[in-house]
Design a protein around this ligand. Sequence first.
Ligand code: HMG
Length: 383
Amino acid sequence: MNVGIDKINFFVPPYYVDMTDLAIARDVDPNKFLIGIGQEQMAVCPKSQDIVTFAANAAKQILTPEDLAAIEMVIVGTETSIDESKASAVVLHRLLGVQPFARSFEIKEACYGATAGLQLAKSHVLTHPNSKVLVIASDIAKYGLHSGGEPTQGAGAVAMLISRDPRILVLEDQNAMLTQDIYDFWRPIGHPHPTVNGPLSNATYIESFQKVWHYYQEKYQRSLADFDALAFHIPYTKMGKKALLSILESETESEQEKILKAYEESIIYSRKVGNLYTGSLYLGLISLLENATSLAAGNRIGLFSYGSGAVSEFFSGILVEGYDAFLQKEAHQQLLANRQKLSIAEYEAMFEDQLDINQSNTFEDDLPFSLVSVEETIRTYKQ
Ligand code: HMG
């Protein structure tokens, strides 16, 4: 039985900062951010939105009443959860109107969480073929004003509906996983922002990709020629490219050209929003599917998932006949084009205007799903 991604959609908050403006404000050559890091714009989140509103806004648009009746699990991959105990997936289950007899929970392992969710979803559908599973990656990536990680921030969610006979991507059974206990990026309980060893995180990402790629090749006797494109976790768009270049040297010119062209197509959206943490790989996949000029049904796409700490996985999927009819390209382009550009002063004010859940708060926001109020630490959402 084929199981995989039947529907996929992303949501990002309606504000962004231009990376040239940020570079000038930080007294940095803009080319460092535009070329060295590879980012043009960065999504910014107001305090009336959180990972639940991102997730609901991403999921609602793709779910039909039939989907809501068939979903047996709601899985949220996140590393910027809103509660240490209650899972955001439980709130989301109600906001979306999923049938009550379902499992709803969160998975945490830095940017890798949603990939664990995806694999679990696949296993569930294999043993319960009439069920569907909603997997959502939702995060707010914040390192702090003037911090080293500042140009690699971002925010947003990707929602994926997993089912049998999927209409977009069949997930294959070949996976290469890797766990290494490394402190390259972590966020101790109570800390608002992560601690990051930038150079170590870059090196671990590249080394992890090389390890899972070589292990996968050996285990399954596959080579780069078996792939039509690779999609990467994209903390910033130069990162995936550095990892990719590290394995291309021994490949033919035409293989290199094909894979590098696809890489450029996979980073078009990330260049405009920055790091979504758990959602970044899947935003890259959407960008690839919606912007590729030479992909076709039957093509194999490799996916590299990386979560600091560190867990990584290389896996693959096969494009389904007619997949492009189920993408949301126009809506995604509009979502990105209709965002409001913030000045650096506005961005800094929004960044510092943090939600204090110990205070009473009320909000007004135009989005279909947003926070309405916070009272006695309980969040109420507009539905
Ligand atoms: P930095 O010290 O600001 O930058 O840190 P740099 O000095 O390393 O320069 C960056 C690049 O810009 C270099 O290119 C420079 O040469 C180039 P490279 O050598 O790497 O190819 N450069 C220029 N290029 C053109 N014109 C110029 C110019 N000046 C310099 N004028 C760093 C950058 C990414 C480390 C920092 O922003 C950071 O710490 N970010 C957060 C950590 C991160 O994103 N790590 C990525 C891997 S870990 C990961 O992906 C997991 C993560 O998503 C979290 C999770 O799993 O939950 C982060």
